[in-house]
Design a protein around this ligand. Structure first.
Ligand SMILES: [Zn+2]
Ligand SMILES: [Zn+2]
Length: 564
C-alpha cells in the first residue's frame, strides 16, 4: 500500500510537472518516497496541491495492472526518462516488469495493491534533496516523503507522535534553552556546550566521578593524540583506520587523534609488573575521542565526530570475571535509573567465525553476560555470531518517550588487546597469566546521552540537573533587596538561583522563567518581605503555600540530594 502510494504520488507530480523525470520510489518504514528531477525547487506549499491530485487518483479507484515487456519495448516506453533508462540497462533479464494505473506507467517489480482506492490514509510530510543513487557526484534530485496507513486513526496517531518528537527534538530545545552549539565554522559534528549545557554536563560528571570512586574505580587522564606506533600495536591501524583522521606530523613522526582510549590504559597497565593482588583494576576515563562519520549521517548530538565517552577498562583474573560482570551491569542500571530511564532492551552478541582468543574464554564470558541479563530480568535478544572478532558484548539500549531505542551501555570483552599489548599479571602460583579485559561505557557518549536527556525530559530537567533551579522574581524594585537576600542564602547552600531584576512586568518574568523550564519560581512582594516568607510556583503553574524561606531551602536541598 505504501509503495502503491508512491506510484500515485509520481502520477500526481507528473500531471503537475509534465516534464518531470522520475527516479525511484520505494516504500519505507511508515511510508514512502519518490525522487524527481523537476523544473523548479518544490516548496512546502506544493505538497497540498500534490496531495489533492493524489486524492483524485485514489478516489477514481484505478486498478494497478502488471505486465512484462522486453527491454527494447521498455526503452521505448521510457525514452524520455533517463533514470528509468539507466535502471533498465542494469536489469539482467530480457523481460522487465511494469505497473500501470490509469495512464501512468512505472518500471516496477511490484507487488502492489489491487487498485488506488485501497490507499486509505496518507500525508506528504517533507521535501529533501537526494543525490541520484546517493552519490554526491550525481544530479541532486528532489525527494518527496509521505506516510500512509490503513486507517485515518492510525495516521492521526502517527502524526501526533511526530509532533511530540518535534516538540522534544534536542536540536530545537538546545537552541531555545541555549544548551549547546554545533557551529559550521568548527565543522560538522563538533560540539560547544554553552554555559547552561556546560552546567548540566558538570553536574552529570560530578555525579559520575563520585559514583565511580564509590564503586572502586580509579580515574585516568590520557592525551588526545598518540604515535602511529601505538595504533600499530593496538591494531587500530589495521582494523579501524577508516574511522580515524589523517595523521598529524610532528618532528617527522606521525600522530593520530585517538578514536578510543584503550591503548593508553593498556600502557598504564604495562608500566610495571602487576600482581594478582592488585586485581581487579577498574580504570575509568571521560575520554574525548574523534571518529570519522560521513557528513550525511551527522545528526545533532546523536551522531557527532568528536565525543566524550564515559569509558572504563576492567582488568581482572578469570575468577573475578563473573562477579565483575554482575557488578558492572548493576552499576549501569543504577546510573540509567538515576537519569529517569527505566525501559531497556539488551542485545547480546556472541562469537563470530573469525574470532580471536581461546574458545573456553569466549564461552565463559558469554555465559556470564547471559546470566547477568537473566538475573536482572531484562528483555534481550541474542545476535548469534554477531560479536566483534575480539570478544562478546552486551549493548543496552534505552527506550525513549517515543518508543525509539538508543544505545547507551556497552559491556565488551576483549581477548585481542591483552595479547597485542602482552598484558600479564603474576598469579598466586608465581607464574605469569593473561588477565581478562572488559571495555565498558555506561552512559555511552556524553553528547548522545545529553541529546537523549533533553528529549526524555523535553527540556524540563529534574531539579538536580536543571542549569537554573530557582528564578527569583521581585514584584517591584523595592523588593529587589529581599530578592537578593534570598539569592545569597540559596547560593550559600549550593542552589543554582538567579534574580530576574529587569524592570519588566511580573507576569512576563514568570512566563519567561516557565519557557526556560526553570523548576521553581519565587515571587517576592510586600507580604513576603514582611513575613520573611516565599511564594513558590512550580514550572507547571502549581502554586505552593507561602512558607518561611528556610523551610523551602530545606525542601529543595532534599530534592536535589535525592536526585529528583
Ligand atoms: Zn511499484
Ligand atoms: Zn576500551
Amino acid at each position: 500500500m505504501r509503495h502503491s502510494a508512491s506510484h500515485v504520488m509520481a502520477e500526481a507530480v507528473l500531471s503537475i510537472f509534465p516534464e518531470a523525470k522520475f527516479a525511484i520510489g520505494p516504500a519505507i518504514e511508515d511510508g514512502f518516497y519518490y525522487d524527481f528531477e523537476l523544473p523548479r525547487p518544490l516548496t512546502p506549499e506544493d505538497l497540498p496541491v500534490i496531495e489533492q491530485k493524489m486524492r483524485e487518483i485514489i478516489k477514481a479507484d484505478l486498478p494497478f495492472s502488471h505486465r512484462e515487456i522486453t527491454k527494447d519495448e521498455a526503452k521505448k516506453l521510457f525514452a524520455d526518462q533517463p533514470y528509468k533508462l539507466e535502471l533498465i540497462d542494469e536489469i539482467t533479464d530480457d523481460k522487465v516488469g511494469i505497473y500501470q494505473q490509469g495512464d501512468f506507467i512505472d518500471l516496477c517489480r511490484g507487488p502492489h495493491v489491487n487498485s488506488t482506492g485501497e490507499i486509505k490514509a496518507f500525508k506528504l510530510t517533507s521535501i529533501a534533496g537526494a543525490y541520484w543513487r546517493g552519490d554526491e557526484h550525481n544530479t541532486m534530485l528532489q525527494r518527496i516523503y509521505g506516510v500512509a496507513f490503513g486507517s485515518q486513526d492510525e495516521l492521526d496517531q502517527y502524526l501526533a507522535k511526530i509532533e511530540e518528537a518535534k516538540r522534544r527534538d534536542h536540536r530545537k530545545l538546545g537552541r531555545e534553552l541555549d544548551l549547546f552549539l554545533i557551529p559550521e565554522e568548527i565543522g560538522g559534528g563538533l560540539v560547544i556546550y554553552t554555559p547552561k549545557g556546560g552546567r548540566i554536563r558538570t553536574v552529570i560528571e560530578d555525579f559520575w566521578r563520585q559514583e565511580h570512586f564509590a564503586n572502586g574505580y580509579e580515574i585516568l587522564y590520557t592525551p588526545h593524540i598518540g604515535l602511529s606506533k601505538l595504533w600499530d600495536i593496538s591494531g587500530h591501524l589495521d582494523f579501524y583506520k577508516e574511522n580515524m583522521y589523517s595523521p598529524i606530523t610532528i618532528d617527522e613522526q606521525e600522530y593520530y587523534l585517538k578514536p578510543m582510549n584503550c591503548p593508553f590504559h593498556m600502557l598504564a597497565y604495562k608500566s610495571r609488573t602487576r600482581s594478582y593482588r592488585e586485581l581487579p583494576l577498574r580504570w575509568a576515563e571521560l575520554g574525548t575521542v574523534y571518529r570519522y562519520e560521513r557528513s550525511g549521517v551527522l545528526s545533532g548530538l546523536m551522531r557527532v565526530r568528536g565525543f566524550t565517552q564515559d569509558d572504563a577498562h576492567i582488568i581482572c583474573t578469570p575468577e573475578q570475571m563473573d562477579p565483575e560482570v554482575t557488578e558492572v551491569l548493576r552499576f549501569s542500571l543504577y546510573m540509567l535509573h538515576t537519569f529517569g530511564f527505566d525501559k531497556f532492551k539488551v542485545y547480546l552478541a556472541t562469537r563470530p567465525a573469525d574470532a580471536v582468543g581461546e574458545v573456553k574464554r569466549w564461552e565463559d564470558a558469554q555465559k556470564a553476560l547471559r546470566r547477568v541479563i537473566e538475573e536482572n530480568n531484562l528483555a534481550y535478544e541474542v545476535d548469534e555470531g554477531g560479536g566483534a572478532f575480539y570478544g562478546p558484548k552486551i549493548d543496552i539500549k534505552i527506550e525513549d518517550a517515543l518508543g525509539r531505542e538508543w544505545q547507551a551501555t556497552t559491556i565488551q570483552f576483549d581477548f585481542n588487546e591483552p595479547e597485542r599489548f602482552d598484558m600479564l599479571y603474576v598469579g598466586a602460583d608465581g607464574k605469569e597469566h593473561r588477565p581478562y579485559m572488559i571495555h565498558r561505557a555506561l552512559l555511552g557518549s556524553w553528547e548522545r546521552f545529553f541529546g537523549l536527556l533533553i528529549e526524555h525530559y523535553a527540556g524540563a530537567f529534574p531539579t538536580w540537573l536543571a542549569p537554573v533551579q530557582v528564578k527569583i522574581i521581585p514584584v517591584a524594585d523595592r523588593h529587589l533587596e529581599y530578592a537578593k537576600r534570598i539569592l545569597d542564602e540559596m547560593k550559600g547552600r549550593g542552589i543554582r538561583a538567579e534574580v530576574d531584576d529587569r524592570s519588566e512586568r511580573m507576569n512576563l518574568k514568570i512566563r519567561q522563567a516557565q519557557m526556560e523550564k526553570v523548576p521553581y519560581m519565587i515571587v517576592a512582594g510586600d507580604k513576603e518581605v514582611e513575613g520573611n516568607t516565599v511564594a513558590v510556583r512550580r514550572r507547571n503553574g502549581e502554586q505552593l503555600p507561602p512558607q518561611p524561606l528556610a523551610d523551602f531551602i530545606e525542601v529543595l536541598i532534599k530534592e536535589i540530594s535525592s536526585r529528583q
